[in-house]
Structure formats: structure tokens, C-alpha cells
Write a protein that binds this ligand. Structure first.
Ligand code: BT5
Length: 240
């Protein structure tokens, strides 16, 4: 795969037709040489990772698997996935798709998931942001959607470059004026204002209204006391 577009955006970028996981590959790479805004892109993953030990499906020819290294958000780990979701959301909106972000990091169109994000902080204190974007149709059982089904044709290289450019801009903007980025995320959020059920990583649950995104990137849920949620899954029950 030619990486003409991506090479202009990332400090270095490598392509794999097939890899276990781009997050795992980038972890291996930055353990040897941490490099700000380096990226790994793959056309297919055999062990694509979702959050909380779940799997991410990334079949050949139908997916972009992209991982990016950055140390720009080391002080704000709660924003890693949120900013990446916002970058993807900007790219989709620029292509006239009515996308929105389900907290923390799912990008949806017509209530169907088109993109998922998995980020981690590495021992080097660099972070890895992993982005999976559906370019073409997925297993129907996933209930997902994709760019081609929505009438948008984009190569993995083009999509990776567009997302990288938005991400770079957002990282700079966040360090200048994080409130502005928080306001943009809040506007793009389809979770705020909804009655939600949240399942916490330990297995417990809470129900309340998602009221705002805290400065930390956590979701504030009114139960009715304000409760901060930093990780876990959220289900939208109905609009308040
Ligand atoms: C995520 O997890 O959504 C994070 C996905 C991150 C994938 C990227 S690809 C590049 C990098 N390298 C990796 O190994 N991972 C990252 P979560 O919120 O836990 O959602 C996982 C759930 O989404 C699964 O249990 C399925 O129900 C569903 N799912 C799996 N593959 C999907 C797909 N291609 N499209 C839509 N939904 C999918």
C-alpha cells in the first residue's frame, strides 16, 4: 500500500497487510524507539483488540486499523480516546455524514458503530491511540456500519491521513485551550442529555442522566447526585 497521504502527516509510518494488532505493533516499536506522532497502519488484524478484553473485527479490504503514538496527553489520559473520537467525527462530518460520539469513544452513524478506539499509556509514558474505522461492510451480526455503505469511498491511507491531521490539530488546540475542545466534544456527543445505564468495569451498574463531560474527560451522570464515570460501558435508555 502506498502511504503518500499518511507520510505527510505522521513523523514515521509503517504499513502491514496483516498484523496481530496495530496497537501491539506500535507498542513493540516505541519500546525500541519512542517517536512522537509515529503511526502503524494495517489492512487487516488477526488479534484486533477492543476495550475490556473484547475483540475488534478488522477484515481485509474493509477496515482501517491505525495506531498513533503521542506524549502530548500524558497529563490528561482521560482525553486520549475522546480526542481521537473527535478527530474521526470531524473527518466523517467533513464527508457529510451525520456522525456523533457515544461516550467515551464510539463513533456512530444512524445509531450504528463505524469506529472504535482503544488507547493506553505505555511504560515510556507515551500513549498509544488505536483507531478502528470500518471502510467496508462488516459481519452483519455486529450491527455496524461503514464508509462504503454510507456512500463514502476512501482508502486506508487517505482515511489515516485525514484522521491524523485532525488529531494533530486537536492535540495542539487542547494544550492551548482545552475548554474549547471540551465544548466541541460535548456538541458532538450523543450521550449528553440521555438517560443512561452505565456498567462499571467491576460489574456494578448505575442509572442516571448524562449531564456533562468533566474537565478530566469523565462523564458526569446525575443519579441524581453527580457521579463521575471514567471507564466502562454506557447504554442510552431514552432522551430526557
Ligand atoms: C472498541 O472497543 O471499540 C475499541 C476498538 C479499537 C480497535 C482499534 S483497531 C486499531 C487498534 N489496534 C487494536 O488492536 N485495536 C485498535 P469496545 O468499545 O470494547 O467495542 C468492542 C465491541 O464492538 C465488540 O465486542 C463488538 O461488539 C463490536 N465490534 C467489533 N468489531 C467491530 C467493527 N469492526 N465495527 C463495529 N463494531 C465492532
Amino acid at each position: 500500500m502506498q502511504l503518500d497521504h499518511s507520510k505527510k502527516v505522521y513523523s514515521s509510518v509503517s504499513w502491514f497487510d496483516q498484523i496481530d494488532s496495530t496497537n501491539l505493533e506500535l507498542r513493540r516499536q516505541i519500546a525500541l524507539e519512542p517517536k512522537e506522532f509515529s503511526a502503524v497502519i494495517a489492512g487487516m488484524q488477526t488479534k484486533g483488540q477492543g476495550r475490556l478484553g473484547r475483540a475488534w473485527s478488522s477484515p481485509e479490504g474493509a477496515s482501517l486499523s491505525l495506531s498513533i503514538a503521542t506524549s502530548k496527553l500524558s497529563a490528561h489520559p482521560g482525553w486520549l480516546s475522546l480526542i481521537a473520537a473527535l478527530a474521526v467525527n470531524r473527518v466523517l462530518r467533513a464527508n457529510n455524514l451525520e456522525s456523533g460520539i457515544k461516550w467515551p469513544n464510539d463513533v456512530l452513524v444512524d445509531s450504528k458503530k463505524i469506529c472504535g478506539i482503544l488507547s493506553s499509556i505505555e511504560p515510556s509514558s507515551m500513549a498509544i491511540i488505536g483507531i478502528g474505522l470500518n471502510l467496508g461492510p462488516q459481519d452483519p451480526e455486529l450491527g455496524a456500519t461503514s464508509l462504503s455503505e454510507l456512500g463514502v469511498s476512501m482508502s486506508a491511507d487517505q482515511a489515516a491521513a485525514l484522521i491524523g491531521a485532525e488529531l494533530k490539530g486537536l492535540l495542539a488546540q487542547f494544550s492551548d485551550d482545552s475548554a474549547k475542545v471540551r465544548a466541541e466534544y460535548s456538541k458532538a456527543s450523543i450521550t449528553l442529555g440521555q438517560l443512561v445505564r452505565a456498567e462499571l468495569p467491576g460489574g456494578s451498574e448505575l442509572v442516571g442522566t448524562a449531564s456533562e463531560i468533566a474537565e478530566s474527560g469523565e462523564l458526569v451522570i446525575l443519579t441524581p447526585e453527580p457521579t463521575l464515570l471514567s471507564a466502562g460501558d454506557v447504554w442510552h435508555l431514552r432522551k430526557q
